[in-house]
Design a protein around this ligand. Structure first.
Ligand code: COA
Ligand code: MG
Length: 287
């Protein structure tokens, strides 16, 4: 899931284009990109889309961002969009493990009501000071949590932290990444609203990648190819990972725990990482 394109639920004219595009995942939105007076209409449009065959046939990871737990829309949103083929429910503004557990109960009820066989995962937005401070507790509150998603608009704007301040970006990205790592879930990078600033988008995506994030949110189709490229393992990384994997098998046979590959010491954590790179490459059809 190198790229995840947001599509407002209130703009069904964009659905077809998004489904035919290059994004690995689509995040249909019912929250902030939908005005309060159009929530019901957007919810209905997404229910129709997700109940039909077209979305599933796209092969994309399908996600819906619902309104926050506790809002008047939450229950209706979940009931409408939890349909076969939905991979993840994206919960905005999560701030306590109890909210995660209550969301799981709503999800389970919707799965039963709508006849889903497989469980839908949760993607939790970390987008408040409290959410960030409790990121590990949120991520480990339930086994349904698959990942954490950084939300910089909601986190930075009220605090008047500059969106492009490198020290602030780096600090929150690393903090959330470590919390996700401790809980064993993935970390997903924020949206980049200045969509005509390609270099800025790529630089932020590259920073996220260096910090171990798996992909970046996109709010405009023009960002998708850049996210796909930045988060694709490079040919050199794949080649190095292959050499590490081969050397590990050889070293194991010889009873060695630490050895040299490409002029670097390699031991167990490096082998695990190399195998993860090969797994990603295989999933992307380039390994
Ligand atoms: N998904 C699919 N297609 C999209 C799209 C999206 N999110 N955003 C734009 N497009 C399409 C447009 O329909 C247009 O298609 P066309 O060339 O066939 O007419 C093309 O891409 C270029 O769009 P553009 O005119 O540059 O964008 P816009 O001015 O219509 O909209 C935004 C700009 C930012 C308002 C819009 O991209 C958007 O709503 N993005 C998602 C916002 C969101 O969900 N935010 C919440 C999460 S942070
Ligand atoms: Mg937001």
């Amino acid at each position: 899931m190198r790229s995840k394109l947001f599509v407002p639920g209130s703009r069904p004219e964009l659905f077809g284009k998004a489904l035919q595009g290059e994004a690995d995942a689509l995040s249909f939105d019912l929250e902030d990109s939908v005005s309060p007076g159009r929530k019901a209409e957007a919810r209905g449009a997404l229910q129709d889309l997700l109940s039909g065959p077209v979305a599933r046939a796209s092969g994309k990871t399908l996600i819906v961002r619902v309104n926050p737990f506790g809002s008047e829309h939450f229950e209706d949103d979940v009931r409408a969009v939890v349909r076969p083929g939905l991979a993840l429910l994206n919960l905005p503004k999560v701030e306590s493990p109890d909210q995660v557990l209550a969301a799981v109960r709503a999800l389970e009820a919707a799965e039963r009501a709508n006849g889903l066989a497989g469980p839908v995962g949760l993607l939790l937005n970390i987008e408040s000071p409290r959410g960030l401070r409790l990121a590990y507790e949120l991520a480990s509150a339930h086994s349904r949590v698959a990942g954490l998603q950084l939300g910089l608009g909601d986190l930075f704007e009220p605090l008047q932290i500059a969106r492009h301040e490198p020290a602030a970006l780096h600090a929150v990205m690393l903090q959330m990444r470590l919390a996700a790592g401790e809980a064993g879930v993935f970390a997903y990078d924020a949206a980049y609203p200045r969509f005509s600033d390609v270099e800025g988008f790529r630089a932020e995506a590259a920073l996220a990648r260096r910090l171990g994030y798996i992909g970046k949110s996109c709010i405009h189709p023009s960002q998708v190819a850049h996210a796909n490229e930045v988060f694709r393992p490079t040919d050199e990384e794949i080649a190095h990972a292959r050499r590490v994997d081969a050397a590990a098998a050889d070293a194991e046979a010889r009873g060695l725990g630490a050895y040299t590959v490409d002029g670097q010491m390699v031991d167990a954590p490096f082998v695990n990482r190399a195998r993860a790179v090969l797994g990603t490459a295989k999933r992307l059809g380039i390994g």
